[in-house]
Design a protein around this ligand. Structure first.
Ligand code: EPZ
Length: 422
């Protein structure tokens, strides 16, 4: 197991370059299996979730060429073997292989996916999309066998604008016969990135990024390539670090539109920001103003930045409120933030945050990816040294985070420790 040791109280100044988006790359890689030709994915982040996805590719006998700038995928000799539970359980994104293998082979055998412990996270909407295309679902002890004689385009209405269900239905529909209309879809930028790759491979997709996507099925896809968009959640996390302890901290390689909700909130809080075309400069403001935040689907305030921004609100004088409307269990960071000296109360899906004068280093534990990010941000601000156990959670989604923070003045080390006992 790994742990972070962080000595807080150091100003961060300099430049952090944002990497490719985890939640785009994790969908682009499975989407590449829809062709036997080669697909190049530029700017995929070097994070543990991507390594886990590559484990599934190897299991399926998919060839990979890993160059510095791109990952080349060759599925010409794919073997459609059941994906072992121990691999698919490692991350939520493994279920994108359900869509890719169903779309390509008309059959897939895979267990219920993994993912951070932030709620029940059912996959009913993904299954609704597959059934809408003519697939049959057989589930025994959480193992799904999904088959179709053929996939036929149809109109599918999602009950909720689920990111995963949108991407899964999109991937499964591009080789279906006829036209598919998916209504009430999610509009996240990562979905647009996936549609971009599929269209580059010869798919006919219109409307990605809106609440209605239309796909005209094609017989086959050819070679293609795509550049993974910058990670808006990584960017938001470092922007919040700048709001906490930044002195002209520059975050570059961003798409401002993708983090508009955060930037607007920071303006409301009177955090000093200078926004350029693909970068932002942030400085801390000790007199920042409290605010209220409600998480929403894109383009609303992203749920993945809810836990990180609570670190900022916990040291912002006055009372702030946060409401988490996407997940039912995304406050696991609060007990550890309070252990660092924060004053936060949980009321169902709401947080009442009384800003405190200071946070004080101690030992805390990451319980999921963004909870870990929250604690890391808080420890950069806290007086003294903080140890964050289960740092592996954080490494799932933040490429080269130790070096990126060291480069701008943070005192941070990543160490190994042996989990004794259990
Ligand atoms: C993606 O998860 C992201 N993960 C999540 O990021 C992100 O929080 C989420 O989208 C929302 O933006 C990846 O892209 C790998 P959803 P996903 O389907 O697709 C419920 C991170 O930190 N729901 O939009 O699983 C679900 O329980 C991760 O990087 C159903 O009820 O999100 C949740 O409450 C965490 N039925 C809500 O909808 C379904 O069939 C949003 O889920 C699907 C979802």
């Amino acid at each position: 197991m790994k742990e972070f040791k962080i000595e807080g109280g150091h100003k961060l100044t300099g430049t952090i370059k944002i990497s490719g988006a985890k939640n785009a790359a994790l969908a682009l890689i499975p989407a590449a299996l829809l062709t036997n030709k080669k697909v190049k994915i530029y700017n995929a982040p070097n994070i543990s979730d991507i390594e886990n996805i590559k484990e599934i590719l190897r299991h399926l006998n998919v060839k990979m060429k890993e160059e510095k700038e791109y990952l080349e995928i060759d599925a010409s000799n794919l073997i459609n073997d059941a994906v072992p539970e121990e691999i698919s359980k490692k991350l939520r994104a493994s279920y994108y292989f359900m869509a890719a293998l169903l779309g390509r082979e008309k059959k897939v055998v895979m267990h219920f996916p993994g993912g951070c412990n932030i709620g029940k996270r059912p996959i009913d909407q993904t299954l609704k999309g597959f059934v809408g295309l003519g697939a049959k679902i057989n589930e025994i002890n959480d193992c799904y066998t999904i088959t179709a004689d053929k996939l036929i385009g149809s109109k599918i209405y999602l009950d909720i604008p689920s990111v995963g269900a949108t991407i899964n239905t999109l991937i499964a529909s591009v080789l279906a016969e006829g036209t598919t209309i998916i209504e009430n879809v999610a509009k996240e930028p990562e979905i647009v990135n996936v549609a971009q790759l599929l269209n580059n491979m010869g798919a006919k997709i219109k409307g990605a990024g809106t609440s209605r996507i239309e796909i005209e099925g094609v017989k086959e896809l050819h070679e293609g390539e795509v550049t993974v968009i910058p990670d808006r959640i990584e960017a938001g996390t470092y922007i919040i670090a700048g709001a906490l302890v930044g002195e002209n901290l520059k975050i570059e390689n961003i798409i401002p539109k993708h983090i508009e909700a955060l930037i607007e909130k920071l303006k409301e809080m009177e955090i000093k920001t200078v926004l350029n075309e693909n970068s932002i400069i942030v400085s801390a403001n000790p007199n920042m103003k409290p605010t209220n935040i409600t998480t929403k689907v894109y383009p609303g305030f992203p749920t993945d930045l809810q836990q990180p921004i609570v670190a900022l609100l916990s040291v912002c004088k006055g009372c702030s409120m946060v409401e988490e409307t996407i997940y039912e269990n995304r406050f696991n960071n609060v007990e550890y933030l309070n252990k660092l000296g924060a004053n936060i109360k949980i009321n169902n899906r709401k947080l009442i945050i009384e800003g405190t004068d200071g946070l004080y280093g101690t030992e805390v534990e990451a319980t999921d990816l963004r909870a870990g990010a929250c604690l890391l941000l808080a420890s950069l601000y806290a007086e003294g040294t903080t140890t964050i156990k289960n740092a592996d959670y954080i490494l799932r989604g933040y490429e080269n985070i130790t070096q990126k923070l060291k480069n701008v003045g943070a005192k941070i080390e990543l160490e190994e420790y042996n989990k004794v006992g259990i």
